[in-house]
Design a protein around this ligand. Structure first.
Ligand code: DX5
Ligand code: ZN
Length: 227
């Protein structure tokens, strides 16, 4: 397993994003998770393309852009032009998911599909061989600092089994929501390799050490792990 820590800037200080990203980079974060919300698909508004463009100048880490928006197809090219390296889209809003995934890849980014807590794993069965990664939501999207939904562990295992069954062993599972020092080992044990964390990193005022502690815990859990 290759653990990657994705620092979610949703819980960072928006007036000092460069400083906060530098801190988590020193703490071992592997990618910057950017939560884009439109006030329609989820009940919150966050940030858009211009912020990603500025982040691109502020970090060399991959920008992991999670689109929680009703019409992601319209914004894939602008986000990739702005510097996004990974784009994840929710299956719940995409009737032509196969085409959307192909478009993300064609434009040069890695394509991820996201499942809300109430969305069954079967929703991605037909595209499981095509994706670069799967993002399992372990809270209902919209806000940082929510409590991890325990049922997500079974879902991570089921997604891992699906990806393996269709020959996509290389595609990692990313998990998003409520990942902290209490939940990280169980998430890794279930088969997640990319760990999004916002509140657990930025919530306590010492982002560098919090990132380092979370990544160390994840790596320790992965050593006892499945593969
Ligand atoms: C929630 C977002 C998450 C969020 C996670 O809708 O997709 O990325 O920032 O925050 P924590 O780690 O605080 O649960
Ligand atoms: Zn997210």
């Amino acid at each position: 397993m290759t653990i990657r820590l994705a620092a979610s800037i949703l819980s960072a200080d928006f007036s000092a994003l460069g400083r906060d990203i530098d801190a988590v980079t020193r703490g071992g974060a592997d990618q910057v998770h950017v939560d884009v919300m439109d006030g329609h698909f989820v009940p919150n508004l966050t940030i858009g393309v211009p912020v990603v463009k500025s982040l691109r100048k502020a970090t060399t880490l991959p920008l992991d852009v999670h689109l929680m928006i009703t019409d992601p197809d319209r914004f894939i090219a602008p986000f990739i032009d702005a510097g996004a390296n990974l784009i994840s889209v929710h299956v719940e809003v995409l009737p032509h998911l196969h085409r959307t995934i192909a478009q993300i890849k064609k434009l040069g980014a890695q394509a991820g599909v996201v499942l809300n807590p109430s969305t069954p794993v079967s929703a991605i069965e037909e595209v499981a061989a095509d994706v670069d990664f799967v993002l399992v939501m372990s809270v209902n999207p919209g806000f940082g600092g929510q409590v991890f939904i325990p049922r997500s562990l079974a879902k991570i295992r089921a997604v891992r089994a699906l990806l393996d069954r269709v020959g996509n062993q290389a595609a990692p599972i990313e998990v998003d929501g409520g990942v902290d020092l209490n939940t990280v080992a169980s998430v890794v044990d279930a088969g997640a390799e990319w760990l999004v964390a916002g509140q657990a990193i930025f919530g306590g005022g010492a982002a560098e050490s919090a990132a380092r502690a979370l990544k160390d815990a994840a790596q320790r859990a992965s050593h006892g792990g499945r593969r």
